[in-house]
Design a protein around this ligand. Structure first.
Ligand code: G1P
Length: 296
């Protein structure tokens, strides 16, 4: 199976950090976000990846490209650990790129992949969303696709106040964590949302989605929405992912994710915990903000 990673957005929720660099390249702890996404694809058995890019996205290509100069310098300096990390990135998967010429929405970005994908089912993995779970999120969707022979998307329950940020579905739970979907709405106002089950950035789609996108006009925000095209499919299933999803497109979620991932790193964990204890302690005991700087 092939995967398509749309990474052409402006990253407006994360300005000014994303003015001249793609949000997909913002590091979460020690790796750019999009590297986690590609690692999930590979862990799900996918090794042919198309990234849909736009302006200011050259650094994504550079990151996955071979860097002879850097490798040579690391080799000469005997920095073998870093050399291996750099080489591993290049060997991860076959990656192709296509540019979305105009920012016409997620549906349009996926349509750019039509030729590359051909007449096969394919995965869509949003480049600003990271998932963590025992079985990779995309692999869980591939399993549902294989069982029901229909498109499948990942879902998560979100608090009421967040429903208007997501695509929301209505469906019937037909087995544990699997929903047969009969309604999809992109970013509904909270009082019109059919549930609080949100689309979380991973999809396995049948190729007829391309015809449905073609028939789809501009929706919310004047953009061609993938959710509106999904609503036109005859059959579609949802899976409440057994694991955790991180939407790093906004700065607070990005920061929380970075902290959580640093906690998984044995070398950093204790230092980080001590640092956090220190700042929290200072916050509650120091009289003025000036006294709240922490020793390093
Ligand atoms: C997109 C999709 C939306 C989905 C969300 C997940 O919205 O259109 O249906 O719920 O990703 O992050 P965006 O975040 O690009 O506005």
């Amino acid at each position: 199976m092939k995967a398509v990673i749309p990474a052409a957005g402006f990253g407006t929720r994360f300005l000014p950090a994303t003015k001249a660099q793609p949000k997909e390249m913002l590091p979460v702890f020690d790796k750019p976000t999009i590297q986690y996404v590609i690692e999930e694809a590979v862990a799900s058995g996918i090794d042919d990846i198309l990234i849909v890019t736009g302006k200011n996205k050259r650094s994504i290509e550079d990151h996955f490209d071979k860097s002879f100069e850097l490798e040579y310098t690391l080799k000469q300096a005997g920095k073998t650990k870093y050399l291996k990390q750099v080489q591993d990135i290049t060997d991860l998967a076959d990656i192709c790129y296509i540019r979305q010429k105009e920012q016409k929405g997620l549906g349009d970005a996926i349509y750019c992949a039509k030729k590359h994908v051909g007449d096969e089912p394919f995965a869509v993995m949003l480049g600003d969303t990271i998932t963590k779970g025992k079985t990779p999120c995309t692999k869980q969707l591939i399993d549902i696709y294989n069982k029901y022979e229909a498109s499948a998307i990942s879902l998560e329950r979100v608090p009421q106040e967040k429903v208007e940020r997501y695509g929301i579905i209505k469906g019937v739970e037909i087995e544990q964590d699997v929903y047969q979907i009969d309604e999809l709405v992109e970013k509904p106002p909270v009082n019109e949302a059919p549930s609080n089950l949100a689309i979380m950035g991973r999809y396995v789609l049948t190729p007829d989605i391309f015809d449905k996108i073609k028939e789809t006009g501009a929706g919310v925000g004047g953009e061609i929405q993938l959710t509106d095209a999904l609503a036109k499919l005859d059959k579609i299933y949802g899976n409440t992912f057994e694991g955790k999803t991180y939407d790093i497109g906004n700065r607070l979620e990005w920061l929380k994710t970075s902290i959580e991932f640093a906690m998984d790193d044995e070398e950093s964990k204790n230092d980080l915990i001590n640092y956090m204890k220190e700042i929290i302690c200072l916050l509650y005991t120091s009289p003025s903000p000036r006294d709240r700087s922490v020793s390093r």
